[in-house]
Design a binder for this molecule. Sequence first.
Ligand SMILES: C=C(O[C@@H]1C=C(C(=O)O)C=C[C@H]1O)C(=O)O
Length: 288
Amino acid sequence: MNNRENDDILIGKIKYTNVWPVFHHFDAKGLSRPVTMVTDVPSALNRRMLGGSLDLSPVSSFAFGYGAENLVLLPELSVSSDGPVNSILLFSRKPPEEIRNGVIALTNTSATSINLLKIIMEKAYEGKPTYWESEPVLDQMMERSDAALLIGDHAIQASWRDHGYIVTDLGEVWKQWTGYGMTFAVWAVQRTFADSHPDFLSEVLGAFAASKRQSLGNLTPLVDKAIDEIGGTREYWEHYFRNLCYDFSEQRQKGLALYFTYAHEMGLLPKEVRMDIWSENKLTRVKE
Ligand SMILES: C=C(O[C@@H]1C=C(C(=O)O)C=C[C@H]1O)C(=O)O
């Protein structure tokens, strides 16, 4: 199951701008052990973490929930929003309440958001739409659907187009409906790796924390890079990075626990999820 070419430690990185603050100043070469970085969309990193062929990675929160028996969360790291997130977007011809039994195309890059949409459609709007998975290409998705869900930079770039669709931000809907913020991604580590490499893990955590501090202290290099690689304006990216939350406070843990409860009730997750968070010398379990 371990597609390893050498003994390097394998660390994943999500191929979207939303994780940049945690990675921009993270220098894998400066760590005390050889590391290979694996950059991909969330669904691909999820598969590798669940299959054991990555040691540590940001993953979709849903994927953590799925594999929680073999995974441990890293503290104080997440990609969350407390209301609108700006990059988890449903594009539709009619308001979402009016397509409760329609056809919805889902990006094949996500796990958290596609299940968040299912929870919202079924529990909040009491609908039962038909879903199909697609490459994240808006026009192609809308040819055969009433709505399309995109995440990350695909959602951002689509939102800038003059497409004429209604745009619904799932972070905003979740907040209005539950009163909680939503955690889309968490940082997970293999339980066996955490047990066998505690010192290295604290070193990596320190490097992530330092990158996050430095990035949020001065967004200019990240904003410049985002304009260069993705497009958009300085104001857009300043707001995007400032609006996202990268901590994993008790409030966020509660919001995520509610998401896991709903996902389990709907049969999307086979088991109740226990969130074990790693810390230097012990694991802390999030209270239910
Ligand atoms: C905020 C975002 O969070 C993400 C959404 C994910 C998902 O839906 O599975 C996974 C990781 C994050 O990239 C985003 O992609 O826009």
